[in-house]
Design a protein around this ligand. Structure first.
Ligand code: SF4
Length: 974
């Protein structure tokens, strides 16, 4: 069977660009030549930013006159540094990467599409990914156990126990779809696995072979369902995060459409000074680029400083692109990229091909000043970067290390309305005693996640009472035994110290620095307070190999930084429970406790529900702050603690030199280790093999499952084309302030027993111990819709003074008295057929890409979101789910309009002739009978999005295309 779009990929020779080249190792290859495009007079290609040229290659190669036109090629070949950005680029990517939280729901949708196609009497195999899809299971591991040699095994056991049903479903997907591969749990983190293993740099197609010519080679490009997909930009590969909805469409042959971007050049020069890490550089770049307003733009690093940075440092900077707001943080291809491919064990012929391809395309080598014209040019002297942390709430709020104490105290005492913690200076001096049972050998700073008494006064089993952060402990965990340890905690105490996140775990220089610092600390006799929950979650087993080879892991272990799992853990909020007495004390005394992590995000309640101040920093600084035990400290002048000789030990005494790190770096990274550790996943994880899998092309849905359910998107699917109509009499479900994140909209982490999702699970026989996290239940729309806008920190201005997902129902509609959960409110409105809107401030939908933030919004019955500005992916996901994004004009907001939720809203001007970004009218009908009309911008940004919106979303659109194009395909056996 051949799809209409597969037919289109047959080779063409537009502008005589299909050319041969020497692919090395005696092989002749073909490529779509960018230099030839310039020679043919189509545009000044060699002056374009490298990232634009790589997208241009895809546009040229996939030019078929339908999805991609010759005009698209000409327009991009003539990209201008400054222009009105109205043209959309149809970008057909070479492959797709997924993590399991976003990947499982995507597979659920594919399975649902197959079911819909089967119901229409067509061949379900019509639904098949057309490009390679790799899903890495990395988001499900949680730090239930930490600080012991057993932590890794026990966390893995718990992960498999909790996620068996999801993993069975993934195994069904592996056999049902030809191009869908899974990297099982316990192997690594998606972006690090991508960097170290999945990325090929250059791909080839059988197309050339088919037509009897030489193989056709083309650049490795991708989209991923995780915003930090940009890590791969450090290796010269174009790719970024998209919503699951767009990724699905990409898999099914749709180009990823995006507006022609500005490209901001960042000229790097100089080199990092002693004591400064790649993490410090990444935080500095994040702050610099946030200020430069690079949202929606490509960023391209170049110059001698960029050339001198190893790929792993480039990857750390590229990974933070979502934090600085850019679509990509791209580093061009050069000899460092070639060296990285070689060092990570990629086959030698492939490495030679890789270099030969980019040389033939004129894309090899780091550009220097003047080589390329950018939309804006920034300059950064690497020698000016200083040790830094970022927080306590946003990654772009960088603080130079000596200023952390001052900044923390200032935020601590600032009013809540000014984003502070609203405490008094006196509060800082108070100490609170807690006692916990230490599950492991004393003195090592180790701690089991749960332990004995909540406090001496309440010496009962606390776990029947206390809702832990992610789940409640098992009796086995409680029986950790060991001595009771006690200590004091206070505002500013570090209670979580996590070496986490692919941002840093992919970078051996900072991981080795953490190990070296731990070694020196142990040798000086420093210890970590056992009340600090310490963890190390490498992004691949390669990290463990080099930390063992270098003899550093035992020192990390001594400080409690035992390996807890190979996955995202604390970075994604899977930090697991704190010891119960500690958690109780935080709640009881409303402590502003701190986490220190080598992650990239620190929004409220992301790291842990109970931890309010979260600071991002390099792995060695994580170890240092774990030793110090508090964040209100100036580590440049105050000691970390007392050494075994009784003397003060300062950070500078144990900080490793650049030379020490470099020496180890050279000796510990070995290609054969990469080859071995990425050869046989099944062998590395026998638990995965034990999971049974169902078979067949159509999934047999189990209506009793609380993990996997057939979503309602295609249940009544019909062929046709849909309509665009005005929205009348809508009620606001929520009115929110600025920076509502996707974590607020579609929460990750724990499910509260009292929440709508919690009640649903209890009603369906799931005990609280088995709730698992929202992320793991994204395959069940019933849970996720109930979890939408259910974040404990979200503030709905319709119910002033409250926190959590509550709303008020207006219009005489029957609902419970007083505030109700947003889910219950939405259902009450839905029962009356009342359309809903959500109103918000700046940066609506910022944070991780979460397709459920849009899916849940749609399933609650929200027809439009009206905000001051939108985050890129979330805006497109809203359109992808048939929800209309509208933007207030400059200077207009909830406050200027004096909205309180009692209004109804009409969106006027919507109709069949809707144009991208056109003005529409929002009519506000107030409770006192007055109405006013205000202009709003329709943030459907591209013509194809109009189609998606008209069809009720991208999936119905694609499904109609596929079924419509399939003719009389006969149904295959399920
Ligand atoms: S470690 Fe963090 S940034 Fe990396 S994939 Fe996991 S959640 Fe995303």
């Amino acid at each position: 069977m051949k799809h209409w779009f597969a037919l289109m990929s047959d080779s063409h020779n537009l502008f005589d660009t299909l050319q041969k080249f020497d692919a090395g190792s005696g092989v002749t290859g073909s490529l779509y030549s960018l230099p030839q495009l310039e020679k043919a007079g189509i545009g000044p290609v060699s002056k374009l930013p490298v990232s634009i040229r790589l997208v241009l290659e895809s546009v040229l190669r996939n030019c078929d006159g339908k999805r991609v036109s010759e005009q698209n090629v000409r327009a991009l070949a003539n990209w201008k540094t400054k222009a009105a950005r109205t043209e959309e680029i149809p970008f057909v990517v070479a492959r797709i990467v997924l993590q399991d939280f976003t990947g499982v729901p995507l597979l659920v949708d594919l399975a649902a599409m197959r079911s819909a196609v089967a119901r229409l009497g067509k061949n379900p195999k019509l639904i098949e990914p057309l490009v390679p899809v790799d899903l890495v299971v990395d988001h499900s591991v949680q730090v239930d156990f930490a600080g012991s040699a057993e932590a890794l095994r026990r966390n893995l056991d718990m992960e498999f126990g909790r996620n068996r049903e999801r993993y069975q479903f993934l195994k069904w997907g592996m056999q049902a779809f030809d191009t869908f591969k899974v990297v099982p749990p316990g192997i690594g983190i998606v972006h690090q696995v991508n960097l170290e293993y999945l990325a090929k740099g250059v791909l080839s197609t059988a197309q050339g072979a088919k037509s009897g010519t030489v193989p056709l080679y083309y650049p490795d490009t991708l989209v991923g369902t995780d915003s930090h997909t940009t890590m791969i930009n450090g290796l010269g590969i174009v790719g970024w995060g998209v919503g699951g909805i767009e990724a699905e469409a990409g898999m099914l042959g749709q180009p990823v459409y995006f507006l022609t971007p500005d490209v901001v050049g960042v000229h790097l020069h100089g080199s990092l000074r002693e004591g400064v890490t790649a993490t410090d550089l990444a935080l500095t770049v994040t702050q610099l680029l946030r200020k430069a307003k690079v949202v929606g733009k490509f960023v391209e690093f170049y110059g001698p400083g960029a050339a001198a940075l190893p790929v792993v440092d480039r990857a750390t900077i590229a990974n933070m692109a979502p934090e600085y707001g850019a679509t990509m943080g791209f580093f061009p291809i050069d000899s460092e990229s070639v060296g990285y491919f070689r060092a990570t064990g990629r086959p030698e012929e492939h490495v030679r091909l890789y270099e030969a391809y980019y040389r033939a395309q004129g894309l090899f080598g780091m550009p220097q000043k003047g080589d390329i014209s950018y939309s804006a040019d920034l300059d950064l002297d690497l020698a000016g970067v200083v040790p830094s942390v970022a927080g306590p709430k946003r990654p772009q709020d960088r603080i130079e290390l000596p200023n952390l104490k001052k900044e923390f105290v200032s935020t601590f005492t600032k009013p809540v309305t000014e984003n502070g913690f609203g405490k008094s200076q006196d509060d800082l001096a108070r100490n609170f005693e807690v006692a916990v049972q230490n599950g492991c050998s004393p003195g090592g700073g180790s701690q089991e996640p749960v332990s004995g008494a909540a406090s001496k006064a309440q010496n009962t089993n606390p776990y029947t009472e206390l809702e832990m952060a992610n789940n409640r402990p098992t009796p086995d965990m409680i029986n950790g035994g060991g001595a009771e340890v006690s200590g004091s905690i206070r505002h500013g105490s570090v209670l979580i110290a996590a070496i986490t996140s692919c941002t840093n775990t992919s970078n051996p220089s900072v991981m080795l620095a953490a190990g070296l610092l731990a070694k020196k600390a142990v040798e000086r006799g420093l210890q970590v307070n056992p009340l600090v929950k310490t963890s190390l979650a490498p992004g691949s087993r390669v990290v463990t190999d080099y930390l063992n080879q270098s003899g550093l892991q035992p020192f990390l272990d001594k400080l409690g930084f035992n390996v807890v799992g190979y996955g995202c853990t604390t970075c994604i909020g899977n930090s697991g429970p704190l010891a119960a007495p500690v958690d109780e004390a935080i709640g009881k005394f409303d402590l502003v406790a701190a986490s220190v992590l080598s992650g990239n995000r620190n929004f409220e309640a992301r790291v842990h529900q109970s931890i309010k101040a979260n600071f991002l920093m390099s792995p060695p600084l994580v170890v240092a702050f774990a030793l110090a035990g508090r964040v209100d400290i100036d580590l440049t002048t105050e000691p970390l603690g007392k050494g075994k000789d009784g003397g003060d030990v300062y950070l500078k005494d144990i900080w490793p030199s650049l030379q020490e790190v470099r020496d180890l770096f050279r000796t510990t990274l070995r290609p054969e280790v990469f080859r071995q550790l990425y050869r046989d996943f099944a062998q590395l994880n026998p638990k995965w093999n034990e999971i049974p899998s169902s078979t067949g092309n159509v999934y047999q849905w189990d209506s009793t499952s609380t993990y996997i359910q057939e979503p309602p998107f295609f249940l009544n699917f019909k062929l046709g084309s849909g309509t665009i109509a005005e929205i009348k009499g809508a009620r606001p479900l929520g009115i929110f302030g600025d920076s509502v994140t996707t974590d607020h909209i579609s929460p990750a982490g724990s499910i509260k027993k009292t929440s709508a999702a919690g009640k649903y699970l209890l009603e369906h026989g799931v005990s609280y111990e088995e709730f698992n996290s929202y992320g793991s239940r994204r395959g069940n729309d019933r849970v996720m819709t109930r979890g939408t806008f259910a974040n404990v920190r979200i503030k709905n201005l319709i119910v002033p003074g409250t926190e959590g997902g509550v709303t008020k129902v207006f219009g005489g509609i029957k609902a419970a008295e007083g505030p109700v959960t947003i889910y219950d409110g939405a259902m009450a409105y839905q029962a009356q057929g009342t359309p809903l809107v959500v109103i918000a401030g700046q940066e609506y939908g910022t944070g991780s890409s979460r397709d459920w933030a849009a899916k849940g919004t749609a399933l609650l019955g929200v027809r439009a979101v009206i905000a001051q500005s939108f985050e890129r992916i979330h805006r497109s996901n809203l359109v992808g789910m048939g929800v209309l994004p509208l933007q207030f004009k400059e200077g207009v907001n909830v406050q200027t309009l004096k909205l309180d939720g009692s209004e109804t809203y009409d969106v006027l001007g919507l109709g069949p002739n809707l144009k991208p970004q056109q003005d529409l009218t929002l009519r506000i009908n107030r409770a006192n009978g007055q109405s006013e009309n205000i202009p709003v911008t329709c943030r459907i940004d591209t013509p194809i999005e109009i189609d998606y919106y008209q069809h009720g979303g991208i999936l119905p659109f694609v499904l109609r295309q596929l079924v419509g194009a399939s003719g009389n395909s006969s149904p295959a056996k399920a």
